[in-house]
Design a protein around this ligand. Structure first.
Ligand code: ADP
Length: 183
């Protein structure tokens, strides 16, 4: 556990399972179909139960597939978190296909949705660095920079947490925060 303060918001790093977080929302690294997959998406649906998928289906029926870089919010079902914010990160295709901007969008859109929904605390996984193949050092740079820049505005958020599943990912995020955070 490592944490810094940006304006009124604590930015923390946790090593562990995002489905166990008791934040107001946890963010899901979903795919555009919102029907569930492997990785963190599968873990969230398993832990939260069918109410999450039911709401995801209604969203897709109403507005179609969720484009990369966008975010939607559902119930958290049986999770400790009352809500899940589903966002879609980019698939890594070598770095010249707009991946960096799309990954930044995924973090920004999720944070904006948390704020307009009146939430105070939100936890993120490392979006796109599993099945989607984004190199973790480059993804961490974008994740940390985008969140820090967002928190430099007045957001009303109390805490943003990055939950890293692997200890090497945790070290990469920690090193990135230490490098990018100039108090
Ligand atoms: P993507 O398709 O966006 O790459 P993945 O779910 O495949 O999403 O992987 C994203 C990251 O989430 C990976 O670093 C993976 O290790 C991590 N992850 C998988 N399960 C969990 C979990 N239960 N809690 C937090 N992070 C997880």
């Amino acid at each position: 556990m490592y944490s810094i303060k940006i304006n009124q918001t604590r930015l923390s790093l946790v090593h562990g399972d995002i489905t166990a977080q008791a934040t107001d929302a946890i963010v899901n690294a979903a795919n555009s179909s919102l029907i569930g997959g492997g990785g963190v998406d599968g873990a969230i649906h398993r832990a939260g139960g069918p109410a999450i998928l039911e709401e995801c289906r209604q969203i897709v029926a109403g507005q179609g597939r969720l484009p990369t870089g966008k975010a939607v919010i559902t119930t958290g079902g049986r999770l400790k978190a009352r809500h899940v914010i589903h966002t879609v990160g980019p698939v890594w295709r070598g770095g010249q296909k707009g991946e960096a901007e799309l990954l930044a969008d995924a973090y920004r859109e999720s944070l904006k949705l948390a704020v307009v929904s009146g939430l105070k605390t939100v936890a993120f996984p490392s979006i796109s660095t599993g099945a989607y193949g984004y190199p973790v050092e480059q993804a961490a740079e974008i994740a940390v920079k985008t969140v820090i820049d967002f928190l430099k505005q007045e957001t009303g958020l109390d805490e943003v947490v990055f939950v890293l599943y692997g200890s090497s990912d945790y070290r990469v995020y920690e090193e990135t925060i230490q490098r990018l955070h100039v108090p």
